[in-house]
Design a protein around this ligand. Sequence first.
Ligand SMILES: *[C@@H]1O[C@H](CO)[C@@H](O)[C@H](O)[C@H]1NC(C)=O
Length: 163
Amino acid sequence: MKKSVLLLLALVYSIGELEFVNCRIPDTPVTVRPCPGVESKATLVAVFIGSCTEAPCIFRKGQNVTMEMDIDFHQTVNRLQAELYALVFGAPVKWDGVNPEGCDDIVSIGECPLEAGDYITYGVDLYVSPSYPTVTADVRYQLLDENGDTQICWIVRAQVRPA
Ligand SMILES: *[C@@H]1O[C@H](CO)[C@@H](O)[C@H](O)[C@H]1NC(C)=O
């Protein structure tokens, strides 16, 4: 490659990095747990939850938590249905406000239908309603495909706190 092309690439890359710092994208992944008894068809490469680096992640009421995941797909997927639950005493309670059409929330290059080998970043702002109870609970995030198969499922401990 020519030097000028490399320089241009370096420039484009560094502008990207700057935006990376200024925008909403967090940079340290957090360790999440796989959902017990569930076989995820896609590979979860990394999850970012705001500035959380270690569970429990703090969710402040009245604020958004930026959540992103990097996912590697191994088959064709036409639809991603996003579902988020808080597990209160083991029972799933649906978390409102998540766009169920996960394909709309691909923030990297890529769109549905996804193909085997596609690597995408999915990102959403999770609004923590002030009406949520102040609890520490497991939060379960899942992306189901058009057949109802689980592409991604993980659990993280979260602490809902007053604003
Ligand atoms: C939360 O995120 C949504 C969607 O990005 C945005 O419309 C809303 O203004 C945000 N709310 C707060 C409190 O930041």
